[in-house]
Design a protein around this ligand. Structure first.
Ligand code: GLN
Length: 388
């Protein structure tokens, strides 16, 4: 009989985000690590949630989500991405991470191989493994972080059942193109694969690059699952309202897993998210302009201080190329030093690798007010100058 301690093996470490936030608190550092805004929160959404708490039932909402929110999600994607959806395509979950979990638990059977693409968000690998799957990991090619279709094709074998994608990409902010997604679609059709796509950053694109979901690619429409997040769209990461969107039969399977993970999601936040998604385009444009301005400010400040910032279209993050910035340490070492010695927390991009990490890139979150960003730049500039 194995001991309890042995049976409790598996990933118990805290995430890199928790760890860096902890270090930021310990050293009183500016926290540009974990991705969350420290900015005024949208008053329309707060008011909608307050009203919903008082006016609507606070008992279990329908398991698959309030019909009003499921319809609002479908309408929002019709308006913003030209997708043809109805409420039958949508399952509301407690955050994007739960949508990923419910989807993988619905799709992966023990022994199935699943292709993951690194840098990868930290939840993908343990979720595939907890579902009994075997991950086959390929890597985007820096510094453009393009998807190597040949490597993807080579990773697909007789046991492969699916691919997990992420566009826009956390951590590096790049986006998959239609051409890349069509190539994925051809492989998925040829090998009868599902494609799970984490699209939680879809509303945070700052350079006009169109966000393309696998659901918009004809060869993928029936085999793709799109994961979205109200927390990201409305800049309130603690709300944990997300969704999975897929063909109705797939959506029903995902709902079957959701019902034994969280079962439902707080109804007041669902009502508020539904109201938020129906806000006029001008609201979303203003939100994007605000965040885009903060991104530009951090990038300009860092470049002025001699840091090389990689181009990226989207997310709340920018990426520093350390070698091109004249810094020779690895990202993991530098992130530790920066939080202790410079007073700025960041995330090493190597933490997003399951194997053979790229070690020369640092992720910084720019969703902070201008004073905080300017102070962070001053601290990083001083640190870099001392090393010249
Ligand atoms: N999505 C956030 C990020 O990338 C982290 C969320 C978390 O801490 N688990 O920074």
């Amino acid at each position: 009989m194995t001991s309890l301690a042995t049976r409790l093996s598996g990933p118990a470490d805290t995430t890199i985000f928790e760890r860096m936030s902890g270090l930021a608190r310990e050293f009183g550092a500016i926290n540009l690590g974990q991705g969350f805004p420290e900015l005024p929160e949208p008053p329309e959404l707060i008011a909608a949630a307050q009203a919903a708490l008082a006016e609507h039932s606070n008992q279990y909402p329908p398991m698959r989500g309030l019909p009003r929110l499921r319809g609002a999600v479908a309408d929002y994607y019709a308006r913003t991405q030209g997708l043809e959806l109805t409420a039958d395509n949508v399952v509301i979950t407690s955050g994007g991470t739960e949508a990923l979990a419910a989807s993988l638990f619905a799709l992966v059977a023990p022994g199935d191989e699943v292709v993951l693409v690194q840098p990868l968000y930290d939840a993908y690998l343990p979720l595939v493994q907890w579902a009994g799957g075997v991950a086959k990991v390929i890597s985007l090619t820096p510094p453009e972080w393009t998807l190597p279709i040949d490597a993807l094709a080579a990773a697909i074998g007789p046991k492969t059942r699916g691919i997990v994608l992420n566009t826009p990409n956390n951590p590096v902010g790049t986006m998959l193109t239609r051409v890349e997604l069509e190539a994925v679609g051809a492989l998925a059709e040829a090998h009868d694969l599902w494609v799970l796509c984490d699209e939680v950053w879809e509303a945070m694109v700052f350079d006009g690059t169109p966000h393309i979901s696998p659901l918009a690619i004809p060869s993928l429409a029936a085999r793709a699952i799109k994961v979205g997040s109200a927390g990201k769209i409305f800049s309130m990461t603690g709300w944990k309202v997300g969704w999975a969107v897929a063909a109705p039969e797939l959506a029903a399977k995902i709902a079957g897993r959701h019902q034994f993970l969280t079962f439902t999601t707080p109804p007041a936040l669902q009502w508020a998210a539904a109201e938020g998604l129906a806000l006029p385009d001008a609201w979303f444009d203003a939100q994007r302009a605000l965040y885009g301005g903060l991104k530009a400010r951090l990038v300009l400040g860092l470049e002025g201080a001699g840091f090389a910032v990689l181009p990226g279209s989207a997310t709340w993050f920018i990426t520093i190329d350390l070698a091109a910035s004249g810094l020779s340490a690895t990202d993991a070492v530098l992130a530790e030093r920066l939080v202790r010695e410079a007073g700025v927390a960041s995330i090493p991009v190597s933490a997003f690798y399951a194997q053979a990490p790229e070690t020369g890139y640092l992720r910084l979150c720019f969703t902070k007010n201008e004073t905080v960003l300017d102070e962070a730049v001053a601290r990083l500039a001083k640190f870099r100058a001392q090393r010249d």
